[in-house]
Design a protein around this ligand. Structure first.
Ligand code: BG6
Length: 493
């Protein structure tokens, strides 16, 4: 039986992700009784010790989580710290006695989960340095390694990174994390589609007109300008999170739910994306960058004025793409995908637009049938359809039947990092990206990267708007419009 008793070694322990996401996730798992025998060893260059690391993590937890002094004390007693020069293989020797001591103390049988929460430049280095001290071998307990995004910078570097990591860790030990797959609502897409008899017969080109996927954020790049400028919306959100969501919408039902069959289906979608031509990048892609504006009476900086962003940067903070999947289920159905920072709302949602009736009996403007799957916030599923407007005649109006996650008041919903950390500890890779799918995703986006590199157009849009006008024109070419969702789902009655 798989056990989640283990030592979690976090590289990059003094970084942002550790105190914002990883430690809070572990704290909550501990609080909910999901962790039993475990220790956390923070590793970074900073000269901290166990006490100072605990103090920092305690402060972060008090700020973000609901805590009690007893649970905090109990949790923090499992935290340890080891300063290591992470680019010097010899220095990793310090981890050997530390890990031995922790495995003995917590009876964790050598099971170790490494988490690389470091700059990507270390993703190839850490596995090699661990291997130099035999810390990758599984004779004495399992060893797994979580790799944070970005997994590579393009197709070539993703392949190189794979080669580097595979020299020291086998594929079954590697967990490429995409936190969107840890979101309850993203997983629910599979249950919605594959455990109900009535959606699946309609889920194809015969009944679906087009699919819209939106990953909108109202925040700008905040303190991450330096990182973001080398990444942009395409690498930061589209190549990973949104393509994974698209794969969940489009995949075939796996024969069984396990890591291999699920990920086989995801990979098949990535491979079936119609390769983008020169014409596509010129006509079906819009890149944008936000400019300064006043939002709710407050001055908001433009991207070029953000800290860490070069004044002449051409990095896109918005992208919209029309793409297609070339297989029997989806041939000819456009998928419109957009993402951006400084848009009017924080909202991630999928809209399945069904075809209209073949003949409009009641009115020329018959309501569209759509299924709105709200990934976040105000998580919900809303079915929109037409009903008769009370009164004379037969005029139809759009109404909705809604399900809201908030109504499941008794259920404890794990956050993405909680779920994924727990899965990695249990050895369940179902919700982690597999190497073939990652490469196929990079291959698909390569023409967009080339377009950017070769001076492709980046439109301006005012902060607080739904992106450049060109994005509206892109979808309007087929007579459609983007949905303009607000942060809150509005019920249609
Ligand atoms: C991260 C990106 O992977 O996802 C961020 O680097 C982005 O730029 C974030 O803000 C969005 O995640 P979520 O869960 O808030 O939608």
């Amino acid at each position: 039986m798989q056990t989640n008793n283990n030592c979690i070694v976090i590289f990059g322990a003094s970084g942002d992700l550790t105190h914002r996401k990883l430690i809070p996730a572990l704290y909550n798992l501990f609080k909910f009784g999901r962790l039993n025998k475990f220790s956390v060893l923070g590793v970074a260059r900073s000269e901290l010790n166990d006490d100072t690391f605990r103090e920092k993590m305690r402060e972060a937890l008090i700020e973000t989580e609901e805590t009690t002094p007893e649970t905090l004390d109990a949790f923090c007693s499992h935290l340890y710290y080891q300063a290591v020069n992470t680019s010097d293989a010899a220095d990793y020797g310090k981890l050997v006695p530390r890990l031995e001591e922790l495995h003995t103390k917590y009876q964790t049988n050598g099971n170790t989960l490494y988490y690389m929460s470091t700059p990507p430049s270390l993703y190839g280095v850490i596995p090699e340095c661990l291997a130099a001290h035999g810390l990758n071998t599984e004779q004495d307990g399992w060893k797994r390694i979580i790799v944070e995004k970005p997994f590579g910078y393009d197709e070539k570097t993703a392949q190189e990174l794979d080669v580097q990591i595979h020299r020291f860790f086998e594929e079954h030990q590697i967990y490429r994390i995409d936190h969107y797959l840890g979101k309850e609502t993203v997983q629910n897409l599979l249950v919605l589609r594959f455990s109900n008899g009535w959606f699946e017969p309609l889920w194809n080109r015969n009944f679906i007109d087009y699919v819209e996927i939106t990953g909108a954020e109202s925040i700008g790049v905040e303190e991450r300008g330096g990182y973001y400028d080398g990444s942009g919306a395409m690498r930061d959100m589209f190549q990973n999170h949104l393509l994974q969501v698209l794969a969940m919408v489009a995949m075939e039902p796996p024969a069984i739910i396990n890591a291999n069959s699920m990920r086989d289906e995801v990979a098949k979608v990535m491979h079936s994306l119609r390769p983008l031509t020169q014409d596509d990048v010129e006509h079906n892609l819009v890149l944008g960058q936000y400019t300064a504006a006043e939002i709710d009476g407050k001055e908001v900086k433009g991207y070029l004025q953000e800290k860490g962003v070069p004044a002449n940067s051409r990095t896109e903070t918005f992208m919209a793409l029309r793409c297609e999947i070339e297989n029997w289920r989806w041939a000819g159905v456009p998928f419109y995908v957009r993402t951006g920072k400084r848009l009017p709302a924080r909202v991630t949602e999928i809209v399945i637009h069904f075809k209209t009736t073949p003949h409009p009996v009641f009115s020329q403007n018959a309501p569209e049938n759509k299924l709105i799957i709200r990934i976040q916030p105000d998580e919900a599923i809303s079915m929109r359809f037409g009903l008769k407007k009370p009164g004379a005649g037969f005029e139809a109006k759009e109404v909705s039947m809604d399900f809201r996650y908030a109504d499941l008041a008794d259920e404890q919903v794990l956050t993405a990092y909680e779920r994924l950390l727990l899965d990695a500890m249990k050895g369940d890779a179902t919700l982690f990206a597999r190497t073939d799918a990652v490469h196929a995703a990079w291959k698909f986006v390569q023409p967009i990267l080339d377009y950017k590199e070769t001076g492709g157009r980046v439109h301006e849009y005012e902060a607080g708007t739904w992106g450049p006008v060109a994005a509206e024109k892109l979808i309007a070419k087929s007579g459609r419009v983007w949905r303009k969702p607000s942060g809150k789902m509005k019920k249609k009655v």
